[in-house]
Write a protein that binds this ligand. Structure first.
Ligand code: NAI
Length: 690
């Protein structure tokens, strides 16, 4: 390609050009982040390439620099098309610089908001074809920029992810996303994508109409160029029939009632999805300019709320934990892990094997008999089928990933294995026996990990001659979906093993939190007293299901009784036993669960728990059988009292976890609880540290 390189640092003011965008914020001088090149066909290639950074983000400096290039193009009559691309391996544009957003005073934040809207409108008004060539993450403000282009083509690549996740951060898309997306794909689809803050693969984005074409990574630029040279309708201000009255009004009513019936806490706190519904449906019947003003008004309402700040804070913590290492391990080199044996083809082992194979790891899945292996194969096949059905994997990817898993019920040598993950029954003696056997079959440097929920990793490590290579890797159920893994470190664990495990978990796309070997680690230790506390309250209540209503209003994804059904009463009582041995009566005491179990009730697994009819069309319903075990008292607790008591139990145990140094910081404990138990990030777990 023949490229003419222009000076990206050129000050447009020097040749008399005045940028359309003016605001009062003073931007410090920073190195240029865009390269502008015009090829022999007159196509301008604008490459976003922030120096010394793995991601491109929008802030005052990058928006202003981008706008100077757009202004030049408005005046340049030689250039016939614009292609915007990124230079990073995994990120096209990751949206706004959230670290900066978090610290900006309100007035400057509103300026940034107005600046972004103006710059993208300025881009949209260019009278040449504008093509976004998307490779890597293109979310939030990154995709809002792409929406202001005429054509979007994306690479078919694992790292290409597209969407508007702002509502997940307590915001709404306000750089034109809430205005342009509904006009492009219609209100119902746009509402759904924005309310859920869904991030999609390139194929999913194409199916939803967000991008026009998906091509292999190596053809992305040539395809973008082909589009640039093709005549196309410029600046077509889209209009979708769903903007016509009374559809927006009807959708507003419908979407709001659906949302508030599902997430009742939204009524109580200022919630961005509800505001997004208002902006999108009101904006649909207005002009683009008026709709952009509605977006601005919404951010003014949301940005200062404690909820938004907490959600952004949690997001940044998660990003940090998913990419970086804790300070003592930064300089310790991890080992490469390519071959993993998973022992136990049950619920957890199958899920872990599936998740690993999908990320390119070779897995040997072992169990004690061909029957157990057959059950494991069934589970894994179901996971692959669901993955293909939900467009998480293509058929080809599913086939290739499946081929990476081999199964055995024999006691085979494991010399090729870089690590072993044990996921067998939660019995200390059985686990110790297995570890002793593994030590003989594996290499001396093979890392041995246990997925135990609450047993002592230290005790398990005693079974092997090299305990410094033993760790806990506590995955959550369902293992292929849950983002958290507690990495349990022993005093003896080699730093190299810790680093390797943290990087290994990160490479699975999950978030590792490093914890000390202590009963229940973080999540189960805090969650179990809360669950048992809820059972204790239930005994005295006429309507025990009110406890679940109260806690979902508080913001938990499901109530404690419903969660106990999911976990299974047998498993819950097993963990309770371990925690009671460690902490005594601090764990709320109540015989209700064991009584129910003695009557054959196990929870969801046999459809007899606090709820039943799990498979019915209308979903699970309160199980009246429960009432026969209760001794209701006159004068029931209010929801506020229930929340107060149960939140208190979690807060007390979280503080003890911190005092016992189970995790390095309160923020690690909060993040673990949010990712592992769905604790709402906008509620304080450490009330005295706000
Ligand atoms: P499961 O009962 O579904 O599966 C256990 C599997 O291990 C069975 O297929 C069994 O045949 C096999 N097994 C037993 N002894 C074996 C041996 N010596 N060698 C090879 N295979 C053997 O159990 P699940 O739920 O998968 O739990 C496994 C481990 O994961 C337990 O330690 C549990 O505490 C832990 N865990 C479970 C979670 C859950 O929600 N189910 C969540 C997090 C951890």
């Amino acid at each position: 390609m023949d490229l003419l390189v222009l000076d990206p640092t050129q000050d447009p003011d020097q040749d008399g050009h005045i940028s359309q965008v003016t605001h009062s914020h003073v931007t410090p001088v920073s190195p240029p982040c865009f390269r502008k090149e015009v090829d022999s066909d007159g196509i301008c290639w604008l490459t976003f390439d922030t120096p010394n950074a793995s991601a491109n983000v929008w802030n005052f400096a990058t928006l202003e620099e981008f706008d100077r290039h757009i202004e030049e193009l408005h005046r340049d009559h030689e250039v016939c098309a614009l292609i915007i691309r990124g230079s990073k391996e995994k990120v096209f544009i990751a949206g706004a610089d959230l670290k900066m957003v978090q610290t900006l005073p309100s007035e400057e934040l509103y300026e940034l908001l107005a600046l972004g809207q103006d710059v993208f409108t300025h881009l949209e008004s260019l009278r040449i074809p504008k093509i976004a060539a998307i490779h890597g993450t293109c979310v939030g403000g990154g995709f809002e920029m792409a929406l202001a282009c005429d054509y979007r083509v994306a690479s078919k690549c694992d790292s290409t992810r597209i969407g508007l996740p702002e509502t997940q951060l307590g915001l709404i898309p306000a750089w034109g996303g809430s205005t342009r997306l509904p006009r492009l794909i219609g209100l119902p689809k746009a509402l759904d994508l924005i309310i859920r803050g869904k991030i999609m693969t390139a194929d999913q984005a194409k199916r939803q109409g967000l991008v026009h074409e998906v091509v292999p990574e190596e053809h992305l630029m040539s395809f973008a160029k082909k589009m640039a040279l093709k005549p196309m309708r410029i600046n077509a201000h889209h209009f979708h029939f769903t903007q016509v009255w009374p559809i927006p009004q009807w959708l507003r009513y419908h979407a709001k009632s659906l949302l508030t019936s599902k997430h009742s806490w939204m009524k109580e706190v200022q919630a961005s999805p509800l505001i997004a519904i208002d902006v999108i449906t009101h904006g649909a019947s207005k002009s683009i300019e008026e709709s952009l003003l509605l977006e601005q008004g919404a951010i003014r309402k949301l940005a200062d709320s404690g909820m938004t700040k907490s959600l952004i804070e949690t997001f940044l913590r998660k990003e940090n934990a998913s990419k970086k290492l804790p300070a003592p391990y930064i300089h310790v080199k991890p080992r490469s892990i390519t071959h993993v044996a998973v022992i136990g083809a049950g619920v957890m082992g199958s899920g872990i094997a599936y998740a690993l194979a999908c990320k390119g790891t070779r897995v040997l899945l072992c169990d004690t008999s061909p029957d157990f292996i057959a059950r494991g194969v069934d589970r894994i096949n179901q996971l692959f089928q669901a993955g293909v059905k939900n467009h998480v994997l293509t058929r080809k990817q599913a086939r290739e990933s499946k081929d990476r898993i081999t199964f055995t019920s024999e006691s085979v040598p494991m010399k090729r294995m870089d690590m072993v993950i044990e996921a067998i029954v939660e019995e200390m003696s059985v686990k110790k026996q297995l570890f002793a056997d593994l030590a003989m079959r594996c290499r001396d440097d093979t890392i041995l990990a246990t997925n135990t929920s609450a047993l002592s990793v230290m005790e398990i490590a005693k079974a092997v001659p090299y305990p410094e290579r033993v760790v806990g890797l506590h995955f959550f159920n369902p293992a292929h979906l849950m983002p958290l893994v507690e990495v349990v470190q022993l005093e003896k664990t080699l730093p190299e093993v810790v680093t390797t495990m943290m990087r290994f978990v990160q490479s699975m796309g999950k978030t590792p939190i490093l914890v000390r070997d202590a009963p229940g680690f973080i999540v189960n230790r805090i969650l179990v007293p809360y669950l048992l506390g809820a059972v204790k309250l239930a005994v005295d209540m006429r309507d025990p299901w009110m406890i679940d209503d109260a806690m979902t209003e508080f913001g938990m994804p499901m109530g404690p009784l419903r969660l106990l059904d999911e976990v299974g009463f047998d498993v819950a009582l097993h963990v309770e036993k371990t925690l009671r041995n460690a902490f005594g009566d601090r764990v709320p005491q109540c015989s209700l669960l064991s009584e129910m179990m003695a009557h054959g009730m196990l929870g969801r697994k046999n459809d007899r728990g606090f709820y039943s009819a799990f498979q019915s069309k209308n979903g699970e319903q309160p199980n009246p059988e429960v009432l026969t075990f209760l001794q209701p008292k006159v004068g029931s607790l209010t929801k506020a009292q229930i929340i107060d008591q149960l939140q208190g139990l979690m807060q007390d145990e979280a503080q003890r976890c911190l005092d016992d140094k189970v995790a390095a910081s309160a923020s690690d404990i909060e993040l673990a609880m949010t990712l592992g138990a769905g604790y709402p990030p906008f509620r304080h777990l450490f009330p005295h540290q706000t």
